[in-house]
Ligand binder design. Structure first.
Ligand SMILES: Nc1ncnc2c1ncn2[C@@H]1O[C@H](COP(=O)(O)OP(=O)(O)OP(=O)(O)O)[C@@H](O)[C@H]1O
Ligand SMILES: [Mg+2]
Length: 286
């Protein structure tokens, strides 16, 4: 099911797009592929991509858990969850060993899509965990009981490379890096890949960068095209063929509190995240 909108999103890299088959329904579920959506640069589309990739995977019948690991709680808010009122969040899960993930997990309005929410309480976690033994593996321990229930667990990281992000990387199979095409982004990517290398060497040998996602792409600027060429040169096949272009529909969905796939199912943005979901399913084989 490829339509013109998909072709437009895919053709933007200028490369011949890889052939991606239509995803087959799954007959059984789990264990999950755990993916950190990570970039220490702020406002590059991490949260938007977590929500909408998650919702698109869920549309394809995959069971998806989204983990909000940012004290700002934008992922929770973007799914219409009144996160500031919650008394059980990912913070309790990480600092209170007796709290189980089932006490914290929420079913969203989207079928197959669950959420571990967050709010400002999480901002204390980095300090609270600092003297704990195995502090980098706190999230891994918390998520362990549900890994077999889901096909994908997507973790929305905050814009920093601190202990919370290291916790996300320590329990992930893969990192997807959403990035804008601006010159400053390139230096940030080098720092991020260094951090991923360190976590792989010291904590989690299975960790791999499994995708660079170009987001908020402005087709009209020459600068964006030049930076895209540099990103393609540096990361080659790791760059997804799907490019997410800039559109006001995304800020609208944050206000609506739902993914673009349900808010504006036929929009170019919804088609783009479905196209990304097909690439992800193809890359991870499930
Ligand atoms: N493709 C897009 N086109 C236009 N606006 C977008 C697009 N993707 C995201 N945005 C908007 O850009 C802003 C930042 O996006 P988002 O919150 O997803 O980034 P982030 O990387 O999670 O930010 P932070 O680092 O603060 O967590 C939001 O207002 C969002 O609605
Ligand atoms: Mg965010």
């Amino acid at each position: 099911m490829t339509d013109e909108a998909d072709d437009a999103q895919i053709g933007l890299t200028g490369r011949p797009p890889r052939h991606i088959p239509e995803p087959q329904p799954l007959t059984s579920h789990g264990p999950a592929v755990v993916i950190s959506m990570c970039n220490q640069k702020g406002g590059v589309g991490k949260t938007t991509s977590t929500i909408n990739l998650g919702a698109a995977l869920a549309e394809y019948g995959r069971r998806v858990l989204l983990v909000d690991l940012d004290p700002q709680g934008a992922l929770s808010a973007g799914l219409g969850v009144p996160h500031y009122e919650l008394t059980s969040t990912v913070h309790n899960l990480m600092v209170e060993p007796r709290v189980s993930i089932d006490e914290v997990l929420i079913n969203t309005r989207v079928k197959n899509l669950d959420l571990v929410p967050s709010n400002i309480d999480l901002s204390a976690a980095e300090i609270q965990l600092v003297n704990e033994v195995g502090r980098e593996q706190t999230l891994a321990r918390a998520l362990h009981p549900v890994v077999d229930r889901y096909d994908y667990i997507l973790i929305d990281c905050q814009p920093s490379l601190g202990l919370l992000t290291v916790n996300a990387l320590a329990c992930s199979d893969a990192v997807i890096i959403p990035t804008e095409c601006e010159y400053f982004s390139l230096r940030g990517l080098a720092l991020l890949t260094d951090t991923v290398d360190k976590v792989r060497d010291r904590l989690n040998p299975r960790l791999a960068i499994n995708g660079i996602l170009i987001t908020r792409f402005d087709t009209r600027t020459v600068n964006a095209r030049e930076v895209m060429a540099r990103v393609l040169e540096r990361f080659g096949d790791l760059v997804f063929d799907t490019v997410i272009t800039r559109t006001v529909r995304f800020p609208e969905t944050s206000v609506a509190g739902e993914p673009i796939t349900t808010w504006a199912p036929k929009s170019t943005g919804a088609q783009a995240y479905r196209s990304l979901a097909r690439e992800v399913i193809d890359r991870f084989g499930k």
